[in-house]
Ligand binder design. Structure first.
Ligand code: NAI
Length: 422
């Protein structure tokens, strides 16, 4: 008996899936996917829209397709329209601007990224920067490179006993907290949700309080309406005289003109910045910033998370998300579909139904199941305003023709966007 992909029902579905990995996605991803039984085709470069459509269409087999990209390849609605077999997209990076997420949602395509794989890399570098700023290492390096011996203790400090204020105590902020305490620093933090302190860190209630108490302020908040421009001239004025500001979070969190003014007036003794309101598209492009040419200001080209370890973690994190979606129907971590967390499939028959979230859709699905006489042993649902993701487990240990007929009937409902018997 053949299923909707034209394959034998009893062949494990995962062995019919194919993944196209572009832009030198880390080898950890291919290893994971291949170990799970997915065939993998790799391309070093990114592809334009037409090239991508052709490359996806050229993949062999009839099973679901998965696409892995980094930041260069754009996945447009036209690509998804032209390749209906495309079931999942892995963005092997943090940003997902390169994917039309609404189009993915409307077509039931699960897109995943790796928001937390590089957190350790950022935390380590930020901790190092605290010392680099306190010892004015970069101005002295520049002098030494130019042949000048800038030997002096003026304006140089140990970090032990100083206070680090962390704004945003999430994956990165909390790790910076642990590393800073190991250097003998006092740590204070502020967050909009209650967070348990690591080690001896102390929570403070107000940002202003944190700014006025800290020798170093490090920002680790996400991009949001609340964080856009959260550190402007007023906030910088509340920082201690001679303090340092570190922004390795998002480019629109700090008013850079205000920061420049504070460095020039010597209200702040230095700053380290990795992210900017607008950033060059590619490595090697030219770069300009109002922060250029300032004393004891360290500018880096958005490399906070750029390490070999982070790339390997990203490969594993996104690869695992794609496999979970393919094998178990889970959408945990998806940026296009509502997130449904599922246990491993086990011996049950499992169906994944992605549907338009309209009144009556669940009762229609359950009616079809009830009429088939099948017994539901588990059902998990997650919805957004537009779509629902439903995972149904039916009591049976093998995929039968009855299960196939039932699955076909649900797939044919006018509310179904995408349906798979897993
Ligand atoms: P996360 O989501 O784990 O933590 C963010 C924390 O900020 C959360 O605890 C949240 O409750 C808190 N928060 C949100 N709004 C806040 C506000 N208005 N005031 C105070 N706290 C607030 O995120 P994670 O992984 O720690 O990343 C933090 C930032 O670092 C993100 O913006 C991320 O994009 C950026 N990042 C930068 C990298 C780089 O290369 N420079 C690499 C990786 C992440």
């Amino acid at each position: 008996m053949l299923d909707e992909w034209g394959d034998d029902l009893h062949t494990p579905r995962v062995s019919r899936a194919h993944a196209l990995l572009l832009e030198n996605v880390h080898a950890t991803a291919s290893e994971l996917l291949e170990r799970a039984g997915v065939s993998v085709t790799r391309h070093g470069a990114g592809l334009d829209e037409q090239g991508l459509i052709e490359a996806l269409r050229a993949l062999p087999g009839t099973g679901p397709l998965f696409l892995g990209i980094r930041s260069k390849t754009k996945v447009t609605a036209a690509v998804m329209e032209a390749v209906p077999r495309l079931a999942g997209i892995g963005a092997f990076c943090i940003g997902t601007d390169q994917i039309d997420l609404e189009a993915a949602r409307d077509r039931g395509v699960a897109a995943f990224n790796a928001p937390f794989s590089s957190t350790r890399s950022v935390a380590e570098l930020v901790t190092g920067l605290v010392i680099m700023l306190a010892r004015r290492i970069f101005p002295r390096d520049r002098a030494a490179q130019l042949g000048r011996w800038d030997k002096s203790a003026k304006g140089n400090y140990e970090v032990r006993g100083k206070t680090l204020g962390i704004v945003g105590y999430g994956h990165i902020g909390s790790q910076v907290s642990v590393l800073a305490e190991s250097l003998g620093m006092h740590v204070r933090y502020v967050d909009i949700v209650p967070k348990l302190p690591m080690g001896n860190a102390n929570v403070v209630n107000e940002l202003d309080e944190l700014l006025s108490q800290s020798d170093f302020v490090s920002l680790h908040v996400p991009r949001s309406e609340m964080t856009r421009g959260m550190i402007g001239a007023g906030e910088i004025a509340k920082m201690k005289q001679g303090a340092y500001l570190i922004n390795y979070s998002r480019g629109d969190v700090v008013d850079l003109e205000a920061l420049r003014g504070a460095i020039e007036s010597e209200h702040l003794a230095g700053a380290a910045v990795d992210v900017y309101p607008s950033e060059p598209a590619s490595a090697g492009d030219s770069f300009s910033s109002v922060l250029q040419g300032l004393d004891n200001v360290i500018l880096t080209p958005h490399i906070g998370g750029s390490t070999a370890e982070a790339q390997a973690n990203i490969g594993r994190e996104v690869g695992q998300s794609l496999i979970s979606f393919l094998v178990d129907g889970g959408t945990t971590g998806s940026v296009s579909l509502p997130e449904v967390e599922v246990p491993q499939r086990g011996q049950h028959i499992r169906m994944l139904n992605i549907h338009r979230n309209v009144p009556g859709v669940l009762s229609k699905i359950n009616q079809v199941i009830a009429e088939s006489g099948a017994n539901i042993v588990g059902q998990r649902l997650a919805t957004s305003d537009e779509v629902g993701v439903l995972v149904v487990d039916l009591a049976s240990d093998e995929i039968s023709e009855t299960a196939k007929a039932l699955s076909d009937a649900i797939a044919a409902l006018d509310t179904t966007v995408r349906h798979r018997l897993l």
